[in-house]
Design a binder for this molecule. Structure first.
Ligand SMILES: [Zn+2]
Length: 257
């Protein structure tokens, strides 16, 4: 058995964008603010402890409002990628609205780093125009779809362009596990470790495509007992020689295959 495996740890840094867009009351907004006060600092310190680099999907509005934390993410050599401007639901927008949001967010995030390569749709919801607009804006990967369990190519023959898709899954998303279902830390760790272990054994995945990614939210995983689960998951995967990489680095290598 070839036990080569690459892990992309990703964070959707929403902060209070969802609550602000929905004009919610201070109590609901404060749940998003946990990401700012505790979530991001704890995550950065955990990643630092394990000496691994990750990908953070940011709303443009979050980068504008929390400039110092955004700079800190980049100073630690993590990748920042796009996640809408104010956590919009892309499948409810006109193509013009989508284009304006993508262009605006790309410009805002681009002020922090040399280039933005990746996108994840808020709520994992794209419209039929989103991917085309992203390729036109220079994006090389998306991470919102679920058609496979390892990265695949999305081709757009009319524009002769392509993108890499890093598929997501609900059971690999901390919000679903901890907030929607209130699973225990044991169940969360069991699910996430099981997928990793079994993925490693799948003979229908070429060894150089054994790439798995997890979705976390700072306002969720940042809580004490949950960050401990992530710590234990990373430690476990390290014992199996997992290589931890930012999505952009994997996307660039797959693009040239
Ligand atoms: Zn989000």
């Amino acid at each position: 058995m070839n036990n080569e495996i690459t892990v992309c740890i990703t964070f959707d840094f929403d902060a209070d964008s969802v609550q602000v867009r929905q004009l919610e009351e201070p109590g609901r907004i404060s749940k998003g603010l946990f990401a700012i006060r505790r979530g991001i600092p704890r995550i950065l310190s955990l990643l630092n402890k394990h000496e691994i680099k990750a990908t953070f999907f940011l709303c443009g509005w979050v980068a504008e409002k929390y400039t110092e934390l955004t700079k800190e993410i980049i100073a630690n050599q993590h990748e920042i990628a796009a996640h809408g401007y104010l956590h919009e639901n892309f499948d409810t927008l006109s193509i013009y609205e989508e284009k304006a949001i993508i262009d605006n967010t790309t410009r805002i995030l681009g002020e922090f780093t040399e280039k933005i390569y990746g996108f994840r749709a808020p709520y994992f919801k794209l419209s039929s125009n989103t991917l085309k607009l992203l390729t036109e804006a220079g994006y090389i990967y998306d991470s919102s779809l679920m058609a496979d369990d390892h990265p695949y190519i999305l081709s757009f023959p009319e524009s002769r362009s392509k993108m890499i898709e890093f598929p997501v899954e609900w059971f690999l998303d901390d919000w679903v596990i901890f907030e929607s279902h209130q699973h225990s830390p044991k169940v969360a760790l069991d699910i996430w470790k099981s997928q990793f272990d079994n993925f490693l054994e799948m003979e229908d995945i070429p060894p150089n495509h054994r790439i798995i990614n997890y979705t976390f939210h700072p306002a969720c995983i940042g809580h004490a007992y949950r960050i401990n689960v992530l710590d234990r998951l990373i430690s476990y995967m390290k014992t199996k020689n997992a290589k931890f990489t930012r999505m952009v680095d994997v996307a660039k290598s797959l693009f040239t295959e």
